[in-house]
Write a protein that binds this ligand. Structure first.
Ligand SMILES: Nc1ncnc2c1ncn2[C@@H]1O[C@H](COP(=O)(O)OP(=O)(O)OP(=O)(O)O)[C@@H](O)[C@H]1O
Ligand SMILES: [Mg+2]
Length: 292
């Protein structure tokens, strides 16, 4: 392991009452790569020898089990039902599904199988279930792209919020900015929010630097574009380390996982609003239109 686990925990503001490190993956648009990120983070942290639980909290349309070809016997819905009927006897670990491939193994909490059951999921029950999973070193939360009461509760207990965006389209930039401003307005510490640009090297008219200036923060990590490898991984039901070990995207996920295992530096990612650029970019014109 890269660094003593206790040192890793010390560097992160682990929420009170939780002994495992909770890492959430969040975005304000769907299809931004949250599930791919969550699975590959879980895989690399497990490969380092940590006990990892990946929770699919995209309750209605979660993809973790499809991407990993898992057929769960129990889901969060059964966990909640049994917790509510007998909290004393309840053991959250009994509702997990184990993902195993070669020598890699981590646990998955599957989302409810029906939309009706998803609708019945209660925030306080999920909090209690996660408290029982505190024995895991890392609990990775794959969230839905929405500001819901469940997501806010999950972001509260997270030590790190990975806020993922694909910056290829003006409406997604707008959603990214509105989402970031909302996180700050809800008083999540900016040092717990990590901005991640996905598909960062894909061809696009909007430059990452312009988005950083708009947000006032730098991306702390950039994931390259590699549709072929992601496709191979999803089709085979295995994390990228098996489907495409040499892909720059796989390496990038490994670096992202490693970044949690290093002592946290206090290097600021904050940037001041820049002076007006001589050649106004598409984005700055758009910002002008929105009065930003
Ligand atoms: N870095 C990448 N390179 C190429 N394709 C990618 C990359 N990241 C994601 N994708 C593509 O985007 C699709 C959506 O990714 P993913 O399911 O992880 O997004 P999501 O944010 O979880 O979406 P949703 O909000 O619908 O749950 C993937 O199936 C893949 O085809
Ligand atoms: Mg998803």
């Amino acid at each position: 392991m890269a660094v003593e686990y206790s040192n890793v925990k010390q560097g992160l503001s682990v929420a009170g009452g939780h002994s495992g490190i909770i890492i959430s993956i969040f975005s304000t648009s769907s299809g931004n790569g949250k599930t791919i990120t969550a699975i590959n983070l879980a895989a690399f942290l497990a490969k380092e020898g940590y006990e990892v639980c990946l929770m699919d909290l995209d309750l209605q349309f979660g993809d973790v089990c499809d991407y990993l070809k898992l057929t769960p016997k129990y889901t969060l819905a059964e966990a909640q039902k049994d917790f509510e009927s007998d909290p004393e006897e309840f053991n959250a670990k009994n509702y997990l599904t184990q993902y195993t491939h070669e020598d890699l193994s981590f646990s998955v909490m599957a989302p409810p199988k029906s939309i009706d059951d998803a609708y019945r999921i209660d925030v306080s029950a999920v909090e209690k279930i996660i408290e029982q999973l505190a024995g895991f070193d890392f609990i990775i939360l794959d969230l839905q792209a929405v500001f819901s009461s469940l997501n806010l509760a999950m972001l509260d207990i997270s030590a790190i919020i990975n806020y993922v965006g694909i910056i290829d389209f003006l409406p997604s930039v707008k959603n990214f900015k509105v989402g970031y401003d909302t996180l700050i307005r809800f008083e999540y510490e900016s040092n717990k929010i990590r901005l991640i640009e996905n598909r960062s090297n894909s061809q696009k008219l909007i430059r990452g630097e312009d988005v950083e200036r708009l947000i006032g923060e730098r991306f702390s990590h950039k994931l390259p574009n590699d549709f072929q490898s992601v496709n191979k991984s999803v089709n085979a039901g295995v994390p990228l380390m098996f489907a495409a070990p040499n892909s720059p995207l796989t390496k990038s996920f490994e670096e992202l996982a490693d970044s949690y295992l290093q002592p946290q530096e206090n290097s600021s990612t904050h940037i001041e609003a820049a002076e007006e650029q001589p050649n106004r970019s598409i984005l700055s014109k758009f910002m002008g239109m929105l009065g930003w």
